[in-house]
Design a protein around this ligand. Sequence first.
Ligand SMILES: Nc1ncnc2c1ncn2[C@@H]1O[C@H](COP(=O)(O)OP(=O)(O)O)[C@@H](O)[C@H]1O
Ligand SMILES: [Mg+2]
Length: 165
Amino acid sequence: MSTPTGTFEWMSHSPEQTRQLGLRLGRLLRPGDTLCLQGDLGAGKTTFVQGLAQGWGAQTPVSSPTFVLVNEYARPDGAILYHLDTYRLTDALEAEILGLDDMLGAGALVIEWPEKVLPALPADRIWIVLQHLEAENQRALRFEGQGARAAALLDAFLLDLQGGA
Ligand SMILES: Nc1ncnc2c1ncn2[C@@H]1O[C@H](COP(=O)(O)OP(=O)(O)O)[C@@H](O)[C@H]1O
Ligand SMILES: [Mg+2]
């Protein structure tokens, strides 16, 4: 087995592939985990969250939270995946008011536009940068574990991707 690093890149060639990546990561996500999705409009952040919520075991489908700041997706055991889109927030203070710590006590957190609220985020977090490449449907996803817990989760995720069909 290779040395764990918690950092790697993966290519997606369709929205479905991006959803599949999210789904596999969603299966590994536990309450207390924070996942940051950085990327321009149309990069595929919400598409990724659609799979993530499915892998988490959410019982309702994901909708884009651009007008609703926080969406909640509960799974049967009651744990909640909180989906934040901070596009319309102006600073980190507003994110602190949202009570991220309380959310992490009740479930996991996935956040679009995390760079806007950086000071409010937990230090241990999975950071994903999605980039639209030249080809219409091609996206590069760069996964980085910032913190020991996040790095360990991403190592497990990479093993799953490499071993899976
Ligand atoms: N490989 C891909 N991964 C994700 N989305 C893709 C891909 N190829 C094309 N798309 C399209 O790009 C758009 C991404 O939208 P969305 O997930 O809402 O982005 P964001 O939340 O980053 O603004 C969708 O219309 C989707 O169908
Ligand atoms: Mg979005």
